[in-house]
Design a protein around this ligand. Structure first.
Ligand code: SF4
Length: 262
């Protein structure tokens, strides 16, 4: 359901997965090349160091390979493989900077890569079929959803909003009230982390741009995050918007049926 609102999801997911595999092959290739060029062991100590080095590399590559395999299999079969979850997380956190580096090298739009990662993440989260109580769900939204001219600043206290309906904040508060979930408007990563610490959510629905969502999703691991991209009709970080139907779909995805508002 959540996926249906996204254009060409298969193409988007393939980009990130393809770059993950390319990153893995690049690391293996570079390691072999460096070893061949610079390390010709002569003494026993050098040989021992070499064996430990190669062992560590093989172990890391195996973990990453199983992690990538787990991601592909999970998306392909729409089924979670629990024992591969840690390896999937390690692969993403280790290879994400390499993926971005390769993207720069191949002149691929970095936001496209982040968008693809968000698609992959959302698909992996959905295969877990996790259901939580409303009090265990946190909606994290950026403060730039608030109309810039509004004098009632909501970052300190969301209830400062007078619900005038001039911006999306009112709609988000309606969702909060309908589903009795927690909500936090953050100015950045520090405030977002504070909300996570305060509410201790078991699941998060996050609204943000590609850059903030991609880093927020990785920062929140292992808490599952469904990411919803914001819309920027006036450019970044200014009077942004979010599709309320998409947001509500994500909230409903996590909330147990008995607790859903009508
Ligand atoms: S809904 Fe109205 S009062 Fe609330 S944040 Fe937006 S502009 Fe301000």
């Amino acid at each position: 359901m959540f996926e249906s609102s996204v254009a060409q999801p298969q193409v988007k997911k393939r980009l990130f997965i393809g770059l993950l595999l390319t990153s893995l092959l690049t690391i293996v290739g570079l390691t072999l090349l460096l070893w061949y060029l610079f390390f010709q062991p002569a003494t026993i100590i050098q040989k021992a160091v070499l064996i430990i080095f190669i062992g560590a590399i093989i172990l890391t590559v195996l973990v990453i390979a199983f992690g990538i395999g787990g991601i592909v299999f999970t998306i392909w079969r729409a089924k979670t493989i629990n024992f591969l979850q840690p390896m999937m997380r390690i692969s993403i956190s280790l290879l994400f900077p390499v993926v971005v580096g390769l993207g720069r090298l191949f002149k691929i739009d970095i936001d496209k890569i982040r968008g693809s990662f968000i698609e992959v993440n959302n698909q992996l989260v959905k295969t877990k079929r996790l259901k939580v109580r409303p009090s265990q769900l946190l909606i994290l939204a950026p403060h730039c959803l608030q109309k810039s001219s509004c004098p009632h600043k909501i970052t300190n206290d969301i209830n400062n909003c007078k619900r005038c309906g001039s911006c999306t904040v009112d709609e988000l508060l309606k969702i909060r009230d309908r589903y009795k979930v927690n909500i936090g408007f953050a100015t950045g990563g520090t405030l977002a982390r504070k909300y996570v610490k305060e509410y201790k959510p078991k699941a998060i629905v996050a609204v943000a741009c590609e850059r903030d969502l991609a880093s927020g999703i990785r920062d929140s691991t292992p808490i599952p995050v469904l990411g919803v991209l914001n819309e920027r009709p006036f450019g970044p970080c200014f009077n942004t918007k979010v599709s309320i139907p998409k947001l509500e779909e994500a909230v409903k995805y996590f909330i147990e049926e008995d607790y859903r508002g009508s």
